[in-house]
Design a protein around this ligand. Structure first.
Ligand code: HEC
Length: 230
């Protein structure tokens, strides 16, 4: 009697263990195998969709959406203009800034020399092939068959010498006439550094020889231009 009971108990336990094992394998399969996220209805990038009125599955960001870190409140620094009003996505009634915005100096640790050095380096890389190292519009490309409806700009004209610095920032950012925008290869702060360096070029190419006379105290006795030529 006892013997039979023991055998029955043992086989019942074995069945229970088997059942539990089978159950957990089943649970495991169920948990690991549901693919409803993969097969659910969804729109893949760049595919059409009848759901939206414009027929495109990809949605543009909502108006006034700003990427993290992309809030551009400093109008002068980011546009080169000041005093404008946004109307229908366009800046209206603005004038060029006359001085380099503070944010641009700060990007170079408020060190003017560092800024000008960087400006020269970037200018030589990105602008001099067309504009020439001194900005006279006689770069390698301009001299060797550059085909544009208008000649490459020469910075040493009365008009461009008087032009507020914001104009140079704007030309780099948005292009000018037949010159295409350069914003894609020149970063924000570097555009101001280049603009500042263009001012240096303009000054160097339009220097007043009288400034070099020894009696001018700030020249610290540099030789007069005639003497310097010898
Ligand atoms: C592929 C050749 C090319 C490159 C590179 C180039 N430019 Fe120009 N740039 C031109 C041409 C062409 C013009 C004349 C456009 C016109 O008058 O329609 C011009 C004109 C200008 C002017 C004069 C705008 C005016 O008011 O007359 C400025 C300033 C200027 N470029 C700055 C730059 C700076 C700064 C860079 C470098 C970041 C640069 N350019 C790179 C071809 C180039």
């Amino acid at each position: 009697m006892e013997l039979t009971n023991k055998t029955e108990n043992r086989s019942r336990m074995r069945r229970m263990a088997l059942g539990m094992a089978a159950g957990s394998v089943g649970l495991f399969l169920l948990a690991g195998c549901h693919i409803d996220m993969w097969v659910q209805k969804k729109v893949k990038p760049q595919t059409p969709s009848e759901f939206f009125a414009d027929g495109s599955g990809s949605r543009p960001p909502l108006a006034h959406t700003i990427a993290r870190g992309g809030l551009k409140t400093d109008e002068q620094y980011f546009t080169g203009y000041t005093g404008g009003q946004m109307q229908d996505g366009r800046l209206v009634g603005a004038t060029y800034v006359e001085t380099i915005p503070l944010a641009a100096y700060r990007a170079f640790d408020s060190d003017k020399h560092k800024m000008l050095e960087r400006g020269r380096e970037r200018f030589d890389i990105f602008c001099s092939p067309c504009h020439g190292k001194i900005g006279d519009g006689k770069g390698m490309i301009a001299l060797r068959g550059f085909n544009s409806k208008r000649p490459v700009g020469n910075y040493h004209t009365e008009r461009l010498r008087k032009m507020p610095i914001g104009h140079f920032y704007d030309v780099i950012t948005n292009g000018y006439g037949t010159m295409t925008p350069r914003a894609f290869q020149v970063e924000q702060a570097d555009r101001w550094a280049i603009a500042a360096y263009i001012r240096v070029l303009q000054t160097s190419q339009n220097a007043d020889p009288a400034d070099l006379l020894p009696e001018k105290p700030h020249t610290m006795g540099a030789p007069a231009p005639e003497a310097a030529k010898e």
